[in-house]
Ligand binder design. Structure first.
Ligand code: GLV
Ligand code: MG
Length: 338
Protein backbone atom coordinates (compact mmCIF):
# COMPACT_ATOMS: atom_id res chain seq x y z
CA UNK A 1 0.00 0.00 0.00
CA UNK A 2 1.21 3.48 -0.81
CA UNK A 3 1.64 5.38 2.42
CA UNK A 4 1.68 9.12 3.07
CA UNK A 5 5.41 8.70 3.53
CA UNK A 6 5.67 8.50 -0.28
CA UNK A 7 4.69 12.14 -0.32
CA UNK A 8 7.72 13.07 1.77
CA UNK A 9 11.46 13.06 1.29
CA UNK A 10 13.59 12.68 4.39
CA UNK A 11 16.06 15.45 5.12
CA UNK A 12 19.68 14.73 4.31
CA UNK A 13 20.85 14.74 7.93
CA UNK A 14 19.48 13.27 11.12
CA UNK A 15 17.16 10.41 11.94
CA UNK A 16 13.87 10.07 10.05
CA UNK A 17 11.34 12.31 11.73
CA UNK A 18 7.96 13.00 10.11
CA UNK A 19 7.91 16.50 11.56
CA UNK A 20 11.07 17.35 9.67
CA UNK A 21 10.00 15.84 6.37
CA UNK A 22 8.74 17.84 3.41
CA UNK A 23 6.25 17.26 0.61
CA UNK A 24 7.62 16.12 -2.74
CA UNK A 25 4.60 16.91 -4.90
CA UNK A 26 3.52 20.50 -4.47
CA UNK A 27 -0.09 21.09 -3.43
CA UNK A 28 0.01 24.81 -2.71
CA UNK A 29 -3.42 25.36 -4.18
CA UNK A 30 -6.29 22.88 -4.40
CA UNK A 31 -8.38 24.46 -7.13
CA UNK A 32 -12.09 23.63 -6.98
CA UNK A 33 -14.23 23.16 -10.08
CA UNK A 34 -17.76 21.87 -10.69
CA UNK A 35 -17.39 18.95 -13.14
CA UNK A 36 -20.99 19.44 -14.31
CA UNK A 37 -20.46 23.07 -15.27
CA UNK A 38 -19.25 23.30 -18.87
CA UNK A 39 -18.19 26.91 -18.60
CA UNK A 40 -15.86 25.95 -15.77
CA UNK A 41 -14.56 22.72 -17.24
CA UNK A 42 -13.69 24.42 -20.54
CA UNK A 43 -10.98 26.28 -18.61
CA UNK A 44 -9.40 23.13 -17.15
CA UNK A 45 -6.64 22.63 -19.76
CA UNK A 46 -5.42 26.15 -19.02
CA UNK A 47 -5.82 25.77 -15.25
CA UNK A 48 -3.91 22.48 -15.32
CA UNK A 49 -0.77 24.43 -16.17
CA UNK A 50 -1.36 26.86 -13.30
CA UNK A 51 -2.67 24.86 -10.34
CA UNK A 52 -0.84 22.13 -8.42
CA UNK A 53 -4.11 20.31 -7.74
CA UNK A 54 -7.45 20.38 -9.58
CA UNK A 55 -10.37 19.12 -7.53
CA UNK A 56 -13.66 18.01 -9.05
CA UNK A 57 -16.19 19.01 -6.40
CA UNK A 58 -19.29 16.89 -5.93
CA UNK A 59 -20.41 18.22 -2.52
CA UNK A 60 -21.62 21.64 -1.34
CA UNK A 61 -22.00 24.27 -4.10
CA UNK A 62 -23.33 21.55 -6.42
CA UNK A 63 -27.12 21.59 -6.40
CA UNK A 64 -28.94 18.43 -5.30
CA UNK A 65 -30.44 17.99 -8.78
CA UNK A 66 -26.96 18.31 -10.39
CA UNK A 67 -25.17 15.68 -8.26
CA UNK A 68 -25.36 12.90 -10.82
CA UNK A 69 -24.37 15.23 -13.67
CA UNK A 70 -21.34 16.39 -11.65
CA UNK A 71 -20.28 12.81 -10.92
CA UNK A 72 -20.66 11.75 -14.56
CA UNK A 73 -18.91 14.92 -15.68
CA UNK A 74 -15.94 14.08 -13.50
CA UNK A 75 -15.75 10.56 -14.89
CA UNK A 76 -15.73 11.91 -18.46
CA UNK A 77 -13.15 14.58 -17.64
CA UNK A 78 -10.87 12.15 -15.85
CA UNK A 79 -10.94 9.85 -18.87
CA UNK A 80 -10.51 12.48 -21.56
CA UNK A 81 -8.51 15.39 -20.15
CA UNK A 82 -4.76 15.76 -20.01
CA UNK A 83 -4.10 17.27 -16.61
CA UNK A 84 -0.36 17.53 -17.21
CA UNK A 85 1.56 17.75 -13.95
CA UNK A 86 -1.51 18.76 -11.95
CA UNK A 87 -2.93 16.21 -9.54
CA UNK A 88 -6.60 15.29 -9.86
CA UNK A 89 -8.55 15.11 -6.61
CA UNK A 90 -12.25 14.92 -5.87
CA UNK A 91 -14.47 15.96 -2.97
CA UNK A 92 -17.22 13.37 -2.54
CA UNK A 93 -20.50 14.07 -0.81
CA UNK A 94 -20.67 13.66 2.95
CA UNK A 95 -21.06 10.17 4.36
CA UNK A 96 -24.54 10.91 5.73
CA UNK A 97 -25.83 12.01 2.30
CA UNK A 98 -27.65 9.84 -0.28
CA UNK A 99 -24.78 10.33 -2.78
CA UNK A 100 -21.53 9.39 -1.04
CA UNK A 101 -21.72 5.64 -1.67
CA UNK A 102 -22.43 6.06 -5.38
CA UNK A 103 -19.72 8.71 -5.63
CA UNK A 104 -17.15 6.23 -4.33
CA UNK A 105 -18.39 3.24 -6.30
CA UNK A 106 -18.58 5.13 -9.60
CA UNK A 107 -15.36 7.07 -9.29
CA UNK A 108 -13.16 4.23 -8.05
CA UNK A 109 -14.58 1.73 -10.51
CA UNK A 110 -14.45 3.98 -13.55
CA UNK A 111 -11.53 6.36 -12.99
CA UNK A 112 -9.77 5.19 -9.82
CA UNK A 113 -6.49 5.03 -11.74
CA UNK A 114 -6.76 8.72 -12.67
CA UNK A 115 -7.53 10.09 -9.19
CA UNK A 116 -4.88 10.91 -6.61
CA UNK A 117 -6.80 11.91 -3.49
CA UNK A 118 -10.40 11.62 -2.28
CA UNK A 119 -11.46 14.47 -0.02
CA UNK A 120 -14.07 13.48 2.55
CA UNK A 121 -16.18 16.29 4.03
CA UNK A 122 -17.62 16.64 7.54
CA UNK A 123 -15.39 14.00 9.11
CA UNK A 124 -16.43 13.61 12.75
CA UNK A 125 -13.94 10.99 13.89
CA UNK A 126 -11.71 8.05 12.97
CA UNK A 127 -14.80 5.90 12.26
CA UNK A 128 -15.53 7.95 9.12
CA UNK A 129 -12.03 7.38 7.78
CA UNK A 130 -12.17 3.67 8.66
CA UNK A 131 -15.43 3.36 6.71
CA UNK A 132 -13.99 5.04 3.61
CA UNK A 133 -10.77 3.07 3.96
CA UNK A 134 -12.55 -0.31 3.96
CA UNK A 135 -14.81 0.66 1.12
CA UNK A 136 -11.87 1.87 -0.97
CA UNK A 137 -10.00 -1.39 -0.34
CA UNK A 138 -12.95 -3.39 -1.67
CA UNK A 139 -13.51 -1.15 -4.67
CA UNK A 140 -9.82 -1.02 -5.55
CA UNK A 141 -9.63 -4.81 -5.44
CA UNK A 142 -12.70 -5.10 -7.66
CA UNK A 143 -11.34 -2.56 -10.13
CA UNK A 144 -7.89 -4.16 -10.10
CA UNK A 145 -6.20 -0.91 -9.10
CA UNK A 146 -2.53 -1.19 -8.22
CA UNK A 147 -2.15 2.25 -6.69
CA UNK A 148 -4.14 2.88 -3.49
CA UNK A 149 -6.17 6.07 -3.33
CA UNK A 150 -5.29 8.53 -0.61
CA UNK A 151 -7.79 10.22 1.70
CA UNK A 152 -8.01 13.85 2.77
CA UNK A 153 -10.38 14.89 5.59
CA UNK A 154 -12.10 18.25 5.93
CA UNK A 155 -12.05 19.53 9.50
CA UNK A 156 -15.40 21.28 9.65
CA UNK A 157 -17.41 19.92 12.55
CA UNK A 158 -16.95 20.53 16.26
CA UNK A 159 -16.62 16.74 16.73
CA UNK A 160 -13.98 16.60 14.04
CA UNK A 161 -11.91 19.23 15.81
CA UNK A 162 -12.30 17.38 19.12
CA UNK A 163 -11.06 14.19 17.40
CA UNK A 164 -8.51 15.68 15.01
CA UNK A 165 -5.53 13.69 16.31
CA UNK A 166 -7.29 10.34 15.83
CA UNK A 167 -8.53 11.43 12.39
CA UNK A 168 -4.99 12.32 11.29
CA UNK A 169 -3.73 8.87 12.28
CA UNK A 170 -6.80 6.86 11.26
CA UNK A 171 -5.35 5.18 8.15
CA UNK A 172 -2.10 4.93 6.17
CA UNK A 173 -4.17 6.41 3.33
CA UNK A 174 -4.43 9.75 5.15
CA UNK A 175 -2.76 12.39 2.97
CA UNK A 176 -3.87 15.56 4.77
CA UNK A 177 -6.53 17.65 6.45
CA UNK A 178 -8.10 20.98 5.43
CA UNK A 179 -9.85 23.47 7.65
CA UNK A 180 -13.44 24.10 6.43
CA UNK A 181 -14.31 27.41 8.10
CA UNK A 182 -17.88 27.74 6.79
CA UNK A 183 -19.28 24.43 7.99
CA UNK A 184 -17.16 24.62 11.12
CA UNK A 185 -18.60 28.03 11.99
CA UNK A 186 -22.12 26.60 11.61
CA UNK A 187 -21.34 23.45 13.57
CA UNK A 188 -19.92 25.49 16.45
CA UNK A 189 -22.74 28.03 16.25
CA UNK A 190 -20.22 30.80 15.68
CA UNK A 191 -21.92 34.08 14.71
CA UNK A 192 -20.02 34.81 11.51
CA UNK A 193 -21.66 34.38 8.10
CA UNK A 194 -18.37 34.77 6.20
CA UNK A 195 -16.56 31.93 4.43
CA UNK A 196 -13.17 32.10 6.16
CA UNK A 197 -11.23 35.22 6.98
CA UNK A 198 -11.54 37.55 9.95
CA UNK A 199 -14.45 39.52 11.35
CA UNK A 200 -14.39 43.19 12.36
CA UNK A 201 -16.22 42.34 15.60
CA UNK A 202 -13.54 39.87 16.74
CA UNK A 203 -10.91 42.22 18.07
CA UNK A 204 -8.86 43.44 20.98
CA UNK A 205 -8.48 47.11 21.90
CA UNK A 206 -5.59 49.09 23.31
CA UNK A 207 -5.99 50.46 26.86
CA UNK A 208 -7.76 53.83 27.36
CA UNK A 209 -5.43 56.79 27.79
CA UNK A 210 -7.68 58.45 30.40
CA UNK A 211 -11.32 58.44 31.47
CA UNK A 212 -12.74 58.70 27.95
CA UNK A 213 -13.24 55.08 26.94
CA UNK A 214 -13.78 56.03 23.28
CA UNK A 215 -10.84 58.38 22.68
CA UNK A 216 -7.72 57.43 20.75
CA UNK A 217 -7.89 53.68 21.19
CA UNK A 218 -6.56 51.32 18.56
CA UNK A 219 -8.31 48.07 17.68
CA UNK A 220 -6.62 44.96 16.42
CA UNK A 221 -8.68 42.45 14.51
CA UNK A 222 -7.92 38.88 15.56
CA UNK A 223 -7.76 35.66 13.56
CA UNK A 224 -10.92 33.61 14.18
CA UNK A 225 -9.21 30.46 12.87
CA UNK A 226 -5.92 30.54 14.72
CA UNK A 227 -6.78 27.91 17.32
CA UNK A 228 -8.16 25.39 14.85
CA UNK A 229 -5.41 25.82 12.27
CA UNK A 230 -2.74 25.41 14.97
CA UNK A 231 -4.43 22.33 16.39
CA UNK A 232 -4.82 20.82 12.92
CA UNK A 233 -1.16 21.52 12.08
CA UNK A 234 0.00 19.73 15.24
CA UNK A 235 -2.21 16.72 14.53
CA UNK A 236 -0.94 16.53 10.94
CA UNK A 237 2.74 17.03 11.79
CA UNK A 238 2.59 14.41 14.53
CA UNK A 239 1.18 11.90 12.01
CA UNK A 240 3.32 12.82 8.99
CA UNK A 241 0.44 14.17 6.89
CA UNK A 242 -0.20 17.62 5.39
CA UNK A 243 -2.32 20.52 6.72
CA UNK A 244 -4.20 23.00 4.51
CA UNK A 245 -6.30 26.11 4.94
CA UNK A 246 -9.68 25.76 3.15
CA UNK A 247 -11.79 28.33 1.27
CA UNK A 248 -11.70 32.12 1.37
CA UNK A 249 -15.09 33.19 0.05
CA UNK A 250 -14.67 36.91 -0.66
CA UNK A 251 -13.07 36.58 -4.08
CA UNK A 252 -12.72 40.37 -4.53
CA UNK A 253 -10.80 40.82 -1.29
CA UNK A 254 -7.46 39.59 -2.57
CA UNK A 255 -5.62 41.38 0.24
CA UNK A 256 -7.41 39.63 3.10
CA UNK A 257 -7.23 36.35 1.20
CA UNK A 258 -3.46 36.69 1.01
CA UNK A 259 -3.32 37.49 4.74
CA UNK A 260 -5.40 34.43 5.62
CA UNK A 261 -3.28 32.18 3.42
CA UNK A 262 -0.07 33.64 4.86
CA UNK A 263 -1.20 33.09 8.44
CA UNK A 264 -1.83 29.46 7.54
CA UNK A 265 1.55 29.15 5.79
CA UNK A 266 3.41 30.62 8.74
CA UNK A 267 1.63 28.24 11.11
CA UNK A 268 2.67 25.21 9.03
CA UNK A 269 0.06 24.69 6.30
CA UNK A 270 1.37 23.68 2.87
CA UNK A 271 -1.51 25.06 0.79
CA UNK A 272 -5.08 26.35 0.60
CA UNK A 273 -8.18 25.88 -1.52
CA UNK A 274 -8.71 28.24 -4.41
CA UNK A 275 -12.19 29.04 -5.72
CA UNK A 276 -11.25 31.47 -8.50
CA UNK A 277 -8.17 31.71 -10.77
CA UNK A 278 -7.13 34.94 -9.03
CA UNK A 279 -6.64 32.96 -5.82
CA UNK A 280 -4.32 30.49 -7.58
CA UNK A 281 -1.69 33.19 -7.98
CA UNK A 282 -2.13 34.31 -4.37
CA UNK A 283 -1.61 30.76 -3.14
CA UNK A 284 1.42 30.24 -5.36
CA UNK A 285 3.04 33.37 -3.98
CA UNK A 286 2.19 32.72 -0.33
CA UNK A 287 2.96 28.99 -0.14
CA UNK A 288 6.33 29.29 -1.89
CA UNK A 289 9.00 30.67 0.44
CA UNK A 290 10.30 34.09 -0.64
CA UNK A 291 13.80 34.33 -2.21
CA UNK A 292 14.91 36.46 0.77
CA UNK A 293 13.75 33.85 3.30
CA UNK A 294 15.39 31.07 1.31
CA UNK A 295 18.68 33.01 1.01
CA UNK A 296 18.70 33.66 4.75
CA UNK A 297 17.89 30.02 5.53
CA UNK A 298 20.72 28.79 3.29
CA UNK A 299 23.13 31.24 4.90
CA UNK A 300 22.31 30.04 8.41
CA UNK A 301 22.68 26.39 7.33
CA UNK A 302 26.04 27.18 5.67
CA UNK A 303 27.43 29.18 8.57
CA UNK A 304 26.31 26.61 11.13
CA UNK A 305 28.59 23.99 9.50
CA UNK A 306 27.74 20.60 11.03
CA UNK A 307 24.52 22.07 12.43
CA UNK A 308 25.60 22.06 16.09
CA UNK A 309 26.68 24.80 18.48
CA UNK A 310 25.81 28.48 18.28
CA UNK A 311 26.83 31.42 16.06
CA UNK A 312 25.79 35.07 15.76
CA UNK A 313 24.65 36.15 12.27
CA UNK A 314 23.74 39.82 11.83
CA UNK A 315 23.28 40.11 15.59
CA UNK A 316 20.90 37.13 15.76
CA UNK A 317 21.68 33.97 17.71
CA UNK A 318 21.54 30.72 15.72
CA UNK A 319 21.85 27.19 17.06
CA UNK A 320 20.87 23.59 16.30
CA UNK A 321 17.16 24.45 16.47
CA UNK A 322 17.42 27.41 14.11
CA UNK A 323 19.20 25.18 11.59
CA UNK A 324 16.20 22.85 11.71
CA UNK A 325 13.86 25.81 11.14
CA UNK A 326 15.98 26.95 8.21
CA UNK A 327 16.00 23.46 6.70
CA UNK A 328 12.20 23.54 6.60
CA UNK A 329 12.36 26.67 4.42
CA UNK A 330 15.36 25.66 2.26
CA UNK A 331 14.11 22.16 1.56
CA UNK A 332 10.62 23.38 0.71
CA UNK A 333 12.25 25.69 -1.84
CA UNK A 334 14.26 22.76 -3.24
CA UNK A 335 11.18 20.55 -3.45
CA UNK A 336 9.19 23.24 -5.27
CA UNK A 337 12.05 23.85 -7.71
CA UNK A 338 12.43 20.11 -8.51
C1 GLV B 1 -15.67 24.04 3.35
O1 GLV B 1 -16.17 23.02 2.95
C2 GLV B 1 -16.23 24.83 4.40
O2 GLV B 1 -17.29 24.41 4.91
O3 GLV B 1 -15.64 25.87 4.73
MG1 MG C 1 -17.89 22.49 4.07
Amino acid sequence: MRSPKDFFAPLAVGAPDPVREIPVRPSRMIHFFDPGNEKMTAKLPDLASKADVLLGNLEDAVRADRKVAARQGLVALAKNTDFGAAQLWTRINSLDSPWALDDLITLVTEVGDRLDVIMVPKVDGAQDIHYVDRLLAQLEARAGLRRPLLVHAILETASGVANVEEIAGASPRMQGISLGPADLAASRRMKTTRVGGGHPGYLVRSDPAGDDLHAGRTTYQQDLWHYTVARMVDACAANGILPYYGPFGDIRDVVACEDQFRNAFLLGCVGAWTLHPVQIEIARKVFSPSPEDVAWARRVIREMGDGTGAVMIDGKMQDDASVKQCKVVAELADALAA
